[in-house]
Write a protein that binds this ligand. Structure first.
Ligand code: UDP
Length: 323
């Protein structure tokens, strides 16, 4: 197939583009490089530099590339920042996303795989979280993604735009060539690995008094290649739908740090800090629906395997993409 990966220079988009190319698809990448990196664009892809803020740019890319489907990763994705600057989140994730959908309708592109998030649920009443759980986001980031999910539903109803929205839990790990590098790093695994690389002196643990076995937050870390495989399966889905995507396993902050110690051989000093605002104690996905309906199976179940792949990438590219 011919796929336009919007936001394909970012962490998740770059690995999806790579896997699509490995599987013989033809790939275009549209990215404004605000969070993404030019070097994260697979050299086999056709690159369109542009911003979804400008509908003419995305429409021109669609006319030029003529994709059969779009994967949409271009969004602002930091919970904390969204609590300080909600306008950025509603504008980028909803208003600019609408430019993409309208350009797709105008050019007759009828399929989209959308990068959604477990943040659309808010603090869960129970875990694991399945697709029937109530969606009550507690920050503008989750709200903006939930709004876009609803918009997709209506574009399907009215314009026949077929969508699959994948609600990821914690994306982690790397492929051989592409990994996690954010301009401002707030995520746990890259922050711990930066200590092992000697680029940070210690890692902060945000909260040790949660009601979890070791007092730290539990997350469902899913390998980026497993995520990418889910996107490719979603392209083939016959109907529009929403799927939660995680491994179903939970790993605490302390367990992540211990795994990093084991893999890197570095002692990784920690400093215990108060809780970070907006962090639910435990987020774990129920992914039975996507397993049943699309035949997805996670290949990386162990946190050690996920962290090993991230560590390999960070050692290969200690300065990331260098921009
Ligand atoms: N965390 C931490 N120290 C860090 C970064 C994150 O203790 O330097 C914790 C964070 O509070 C959360 C978990 O690690 O409980 C995962 O955070 P991350 O930002 O990686 O992902 P999130 O779950 O917020 O999407």
């Amino acid at each position: 197939m011919k796929i336009l990966v919007v936001g394909g220079a970012g962490y998740i988009g770059s690995v999806c583009a790579e896997l699509l190319l490995d599987e013989g698809h033809e790939v275009g990448v549209f990215d404004n490089l605000s969070e993404g990196h030019r070097r994260a664009v697979d050299p086999r892809a056709t690159f369109f530099e542009g911003d979804l803020a400008e509908r003419v740019r995305i429409q021109a890319a669609l006319v030029d590339f003529q994709p059969e489907a779009v994967m949409h990763f271009a969004a602002s994705a930091l919970v904390g920042e969204s609590m300080e600057n909600p306008s950025k989140y509603f504008r980028n994730n909803i208003a600019h996303g609408l430019n993409l959908l309208d350009a797709m309708v105008a050019t007759g592109v009828q399929r989209i795989v959308f990068s959604s998030t477990c943040a659309t649920f808010g603090p869960p009443e129970r875990v694991p979280i399945d697709e029937t759980a109530p969606q009550r986001p507690i920050n503008p980031y989750g709200e903006s993604k939930l709004a876009f999910e609803k918009i997709l539903h209506w574009y399907d109803e009215i314009h026949g735009l077929r969508f699959v929205a994948l609600r990821y839990f914690n994306a982690a790990g790397a492929s051989e060539n592409f990994g996690e590098e954010h301009r401002v790093e707030t995520h746990l695994i890259p922050n711990v690995l930066k200590v092992a690389l000697g680029q940070k002196s210690q890692v902060e643990i945000y909260g040790t008094d949660y009601e979890t076995p070791d007092g730290t937050c539990i997350r469902d870390y899913i390998h980026i290649l497993d995520l990418a495989r889910a996107h490719i399966l979603a392209l083939k889905s016959a109907t529009s739908d929403f799927y939660n995507l995680g491994t179903g396993g939970g790993t605490s902050v302390r367990e992540v740090i211990d795994s990093c110690r084991k893999i890197t051989g570095h002692n990784i000093p920690v400093v215990e800090k108060p809780r970070r605002a907006g962090d639910p104690p435990r987020l774990i996905a129920a992914s039975e629906k996507i397993q049943r309906e699309l035949g997805w199976r996670p290949q990386f179940q162990r946190i050690d395997a996920i962290i090993e792949s991230a560590w390999k990438w960070h050692q290969k590219f200690p300065n990331g993409y260098g921009d």
